[in-house]
Design a protein around this ligand. Structure first.
Ligand SMILES: NC(=O)C1=CN([C@@H]2O[C@H](COP(=O)(O)OP(=O)(O)OC[C@H]3O[C@@H](n4cnc5c(N)ncnc54)[C@H](OP(=O)(O)O)[C@@H]3O)[C@@H](O)[C@H]2O)[C@@H](O)CC1
Ligand SMILES: Nc1ncnc2c1ncn2[C@@H]1O[C@H](COP(=O)(O)OP(=O)(O)O)[C@@H](O)[C@H]1O
Ligand SMILES: [Mg+2]
Length: 273
């Protein structure tokens, strides 16, 4: 098993090249946030912007429009149920689907539209409700470079492994049957990449608050848009998310997602130097 360390993250997060523009750092589309879970999409999009993504759009329930614009004017917005969703998916380099999407019929239709529109060159991060929907509706895996970010119950739904049976060996075996990178989140997150298992060395209980996982999706998306190859970008994102939470937790009882998001640019600057 390999350890995810700051040294590793440092090798991935490099200073920005001079001859660049916003299109050089990823066009990210976040698909999520129903009327009940708008905050999830806002946190994912905010994390992507603050982790350096070049352009971020959010396909969400229109009820979230004003909140998103007020919190994050850097992001663009579209109605997740409108025909424009398909075009938006095609134009993105990295897609996040699932944070706060919900699991009703509308969510399923949105997810199917996204899966049908994506192509093999694009990166897709599948999280939260989208994982639950894939498992419960036995959806075919989409043709894209996939990163799955299940918490333990989502991993149970996706892999069929009950929580008590989720040993590293069993999870690795199950991960081998699913295309892409699996970020198996818990108080001791493990990432499965091909035959390798990586253990996160950062993070702690100050992260145990709603929205921490939604925030991680945005950081992975931003890194996938900026750094190659995808496996290194995703691994560095997992470490950075937890490390920044640890820094916040030095002076705070809880590492709220919005606090972690705000600290990202400062930490990334230090990391890149
Ligand atoms: N502000 C927002 O908009 C937010 C929106 N969110 C969005 O909500 C959507 C649903 O996601 P979800 O994770 O809340 O619900 P679900 O997938 O049903 O899993 C929960 C069930 O599993 C159980 N459980 C046991 N162990 C567990 C573990 N280690 N980790 C986690 N759960 C564990 C747990 O048991 P309990 O704690 O109730 O005993 C419960 O029965 C999703 O789209 C997400 O993005 C959230 O991010 C919050 C902030
Ligand atoms: N006790 C803990 N120690 C370390 N990390 C934790 C702890 N509790 C939660 N986390 C991290 O917080 C995130 C929670 O993800 P998730 O359950 O999907 O949250 P949400 O869906 O509410 O955004 C994961 O990255 C997980 O590793
Ligand atoms: Mg989650």
């Amino acid at each position: 098993m390999k350890q995810l360390t700051e040294q590793f993250a440092q090798s991935v997060v490099r200073p920005r090249a001079r001859d660049t523009y916003k299109g050089s750092f990823g066009k990210i589309l976040i698909v999520g946030g129903n009327a009940h879970f708008g905050g999830a999409a806002i946190m994912s999009a905010s994390a992507a912007v603050y982790a350096g993504a070049g352009l971020v759009s959010v396909a969400t329930d229109p009820v979230n429009r004003h909140a998103l614009h007020a919190r994050l004017p850097e992001a663009m917005i579209l109605d997740a149920t409108a025909p424009e969703l398909e075009t938006a998916v095609r134009q993105a380099t990295v897609i996040v689907v699932g944070p706060g999407l919900g699991t009703d019929g509308t969510a399923l239709t949105i997810l199917k539209t996204v899966f049908a529109a994506v192509n093999a060159k694009q990166v897709m991060i599948i999280d939260g409700s989208a994982i639950t929907l894939v498992a419960s509706h036995h959806l075919d895996y989409p043709q894209a470079q996939l990163v799955w970010t299940p918490h333990q119950i989502e991993w149970q739904r996706l892999s069929g492994l009950p929580l008590a049976a989720q040993t590293i060996e069993a999870s690795q075996k199950a991960a081998a049957k699913i295309p892409g990178i699996i970020v198996a989140k818990s108080s001791q997150t493990h990432v499965f990449v091909d035959e390798d298992v990586y253990e996160n060395t950062a993070g702690g209980p100050a992260m145990a608050t709603g929205g921490s996982g939604d925030t991680l999706t945005g950081i992975i998306a931003a890194f996938a848009g900026q750094f190659q190859p995808l496996d290194k970008a995703a691994l560095a994102a997992v470490f950075v998310h937890s490390r920044v939470a640890d820094i916040v937790a030095m002076n705070s009882y809880v590492a709220l997602p919005t606090m972690v998001i705000r600290e990202l640019p400062t930490y990334l600057k230090q990391l890149s130097e």
